[in-house]
Design a protein around this ligand. Structure first.
Ligand code: CP
Length: 334
């Protein structure tokens, strides 16, 4: 995406991703005393968060700057999300004016806006974050949108490199659907698929029939992976898809245009030790939050195969590296 915005992993080119991972790992190793800087970061949340909010604020502190978090509609006016709306309803301010003002106050903006009640054809364009990016006049970093979660993806990439070294080309990884009672958005599965493909991993995707990810995201990931020594293959047979994988990234998502509760008959898609029998060497990843013993077994989460806490901890360093890069590109940091 132009304008220096980061809304999905593919907004960063290969060389930049490599540099960001190295910088994140260096910051993590050094945990440097922050040098005061003029960097002012804003973070606007339309949806709840634990990890993203805490790690994004702390990432700005690592760089000697500040981060102010605003929860839209709670400690802001009620915001209208449609730039073209006739605003004769409850909303007091449009995201367009809000973005213009926040862009005058902050050097970089983070925005979290999940899926709305919109059709997938609309949500796949990230309508809220894109509107803010179009009007803020400063770089916008997605803190999870409808279709992608690039900060999670970058932290996951750091985690993969920590575990498997500098070259991830051909690494056998799986993205594994898991049961969840609600139809969750596809931002994290899209992001892991895209991020792993851009790293050249050999990705299998396991999900029940009817839970297809966005075909364009899958096609782009396949092309990216194949160009880098990997591949992407989709299967409805979980055991077959997980066989021999070194990483199993567990995540639930709903059909893209059906928000109905998930069929309870799919509860056996819980991921536990038995489910991982075909992948005896696999480490387990999940973005969190996670429903214990519904999505992932408590035994797996607590056991030595789990990387979930490492992933969450790496959010801090990945975002510090990303904020630093974005601030350097705009001349706010040298
Ligand atoms: N993984 C993640 O983004 O967590 P939060 O929703 O708590 O921010």
């Amino acid at each position: 995406m132009s304008g220096g915005h980061v809304l999905r992993p593919a907004d960063l080119d290969d060389a930049t991703r490599v540099a960001l991972v190295a910088r994140a790992r260096a910051l993590k190793a050094a945990d440097p005393v922050p040098v005061p800087s003029r960097l002012r970061v804003g973070a606007l949340y339309f949806d709840p968060s634990l990890r993203t909010r805490a790690s994004f604020e702390q990432a700005a502190r690592v760089l000697g700057g500040s981060c102010q978090t605003l929860n839209a509609g709670n400690d802001t006016w009620t915001l209208e999300l449609d730039p073209d709306a006739v605003m004769d309803g409850a909303a007091v301010e449009n995201v367009v004016e809000a973005a213009r003002v926040l862009g005058r106050l902050f050097h970089v903006l983070g925005v979290r806006a999940f899926r709305g009640a919109r059709p997938w054809a609309v949500d796949r364009t990230e309508p809220v974050i894109s509107a803010i990016a179009a009007h803020a006049g400063v770089p916008v970093i997605s803190l999870e949108g409808a279709s992608h979660h690039p900060c999670q993806g970058l932290a996951d990439l750091v985690t993969l490199h920590e575990q498997f070294g500098d070259d991830l080309s051909g690494l056998p990884v799986a993205l594994c659907w898991a049961f969840h009672p609600r139809a969750l958005p596809p931002a994290v599965p899209h992001t892991f698929l895209e991020q792993a493909a851009l790293a050249g991993c050999d990705v299998t995707v396991a999900h029940p029939p009817g839970f297809d990810l966005d075909p364009e995201v899958v096609a782009q990931a396949r092309a990216a992976a194949e160009a880098r020594g990997g591949g992407v293959r989709v299967s409805h047979d979980r055991a077959e898809a997980l066989a021999g994988r070194r990483v199993v990234y567990v995540k639930s998502w709903g059909p893209l245009d059906d928000r109905s509760p998930t069929d309870p008959a799919l509860r056996p898609w819980l991921v536990d030790e038995a489910a991982l029998a075909p992948a005896p060497e696999a480490r387990v990843m999940h973005c969190l939050p996670v429903r214990r013993n519904v999505v992932l077994s408590g035994a797996l989460l607590d056991g030595p195969r789990s990387l979930v806490t490492e992933q969450a901890g790496n959010r801090l360093w990945a975002q510090a590296a990303l904020l630093e890069l974005v601030a350097q590109r705009t001349g706010v940091l040298s």
